[in-house]
Design a protein around this ligand. Structure first.
Ligand SMILES: Nc1nc2c(ncn2[C@@H]2O[C@H](COP(=O)(O)OP(=O)(O)OP(=O)(O)O)[C@@H](O)[C@H]2O)c(=O)[nH]1
Ligand SMILES: [Mg+2]
Ligand SMILES: [Zn+2]
Length: 353
């Protein structure tokens, strides 16, 4: 199982789960909603969630990349997944419709390869947004700029991306010409998991196929009008590359809502954070206050107005997400409080009799 990333850390987690006789430690290779493909020492098998897991509506659902506790079926039928081991990394996005609901994009990766194509998909705001989330995920972010063959000046776009992605490796490559392929390959080593995420049509599955050496996943041309993809990949799948290393191919992300966990903004906008520390007022909103170092830096041309607006937009979104999350927690408490009050009232009644 070493080639699938099994390590002492996983072994310890599995031991911690105290699984009974007849259960095994397995890794999820693909998740299709209710069906799964998992791999264990004995090989690959189809799997479903156990009744207990299905009944626990607020519990964690397994996704491709997860390490799980499973019970293989005796006669080669579906194995049952009974539990998910703690994740060592996870990329989540907030559902933009319901601020506090989070969706798992990928789990248990060492590297998070954020793919952005160097045509209509390219944008510094998008890079900043994705990197902010990636830095909070627990994996090492890598920025991969795809379709270099379609871009007249890929070096220029890469340079601008590097300027907003401090401390992150930036790779430009093309799955068509093979440019930059060696650099990409260097992340895929035995037992190392790289999750590849990005908008639909940027070329995630095309890269997978190139590395696999055959058509392991379906791909489709982008729309002529706006270069947008067609959401060709519909489920997450973890592929073992012939040369070693694991490629987690994911469906294209539509909108990437931030989840307000940790200091997502501070790690991406270190320059703005540093400026803000010399604003006159500690609670400066950087919009109108006198003595605002952020506004001064824009005026003096030291801070790009685009970057400032990108920051402010994300900060506002995070405030909103936090507030709606707090509201959800508050409602949950209120509901519980009411239930307790009702219960104690009834208890008093019966005692009174
Ligand atoms: N010119 C060029 N086209 C590419 C490159 N990589 C991918 N494409 C094309 O882009 C289109 C979309 O590629 P996919 O690999 O399906 O994109 P994806 O990111 O997997 O998209 P979803 O599965 O929808 O999220 C296909 O027509 C590919 O042939 C590249 O490096 N250069
Ligand atoms: Mg795909
Ligand atoms: Zn300020």
């Amino acid at each position: 199982m070493g080639e699938y990333g099994y390590s002492q850390r996983i072994e310890e987690m599995y031991a911690g789960a105290k699984a009974a006789e007849g259960f095994v430690c397995a890794r999820v290779l693909a998740d299709y909603g209710l069906g799964f493909v998992i791999v264990a020492e004995a090989g690959e098998m189809d799997a479903v969630m156990s009744g207990g897991m299905l009944a626990d509506v607020s519990g964690i659902r397994p996704v491709a990349g997860d390490w799980v506790v499973a019970r293989p079926a005796p006669e080669g039928g579906h194995a049952q997944i009974t539990g998910v081991l703690p994740r060592f990394s996870c990329l989540e996005r907030a559902d933009t419709m319901v601020g506090w609901k989070k969706t798992v994009v990928a789990a248990n990766f060492d590297y998070l390869i954020i793919m952005i194509s160097m045509n209509a998909n390219y944008g510094l705001n998008r890079i900043e947004r994705m990197l902010s989330a990636a830095r909070a995920s627990g994996g090492v972010p890598v920025l991969a700029l795809s379709k270099a063959d379609l871009c007249a000046d890929s070096a220029k776009l890469a340079g601008r991306a590097e300027a907003v992605a401090a401390g992150v490796d930036v790779i430009t490559f093309s799955s068509v010409t093979g440019e930059g392929m060696a650099k990409i390959m260097s992340y895929f080593r035995k037992g190392v998991t790289c999750a590849v995420v990005g908008s639909s049509g940027v070329g995630k599955s095309t890269l997978l196929n190139r590395l696999m050496g055959y058509e392991a996943a379906k791909t489709a041309t982008v729309r002529q009008e706006d270069s947008k993809g067609r959401h060709t990949t519909t489920y997450r799948a973890l592929h073992l590359l012939p040369e070693g290393g694991l490629f987690l191919d994911t469906p294209g992300i539509r909108a990437f809502g931030l989840t307000a966990e940790g200091d997502e903004l501070d790690s991406t906008f270190t320059d703005i954070k540093e400026l803000a520390s010399s604003c006159r007022f500690g609670d400066c909103s950087h919009t109108k206050e006198p003595g605002c170092a952020v506004l001064k830096a824009i005026e003096e041309g030291e801070l790009e107005e685009r970057r400032y607006l990108s920051y402010m937009r994300m900060a506002k979104e995070l405030d909103y997400v936090r507030a709606s999350y707090d509201r959800a927690v508050w409602q949950e408490r209120k509901k519980k409080g009411k239930a307790i009050a009702k219960f104690s009232k009834e208890l008093n009644k019966t005692k009174g009799k």
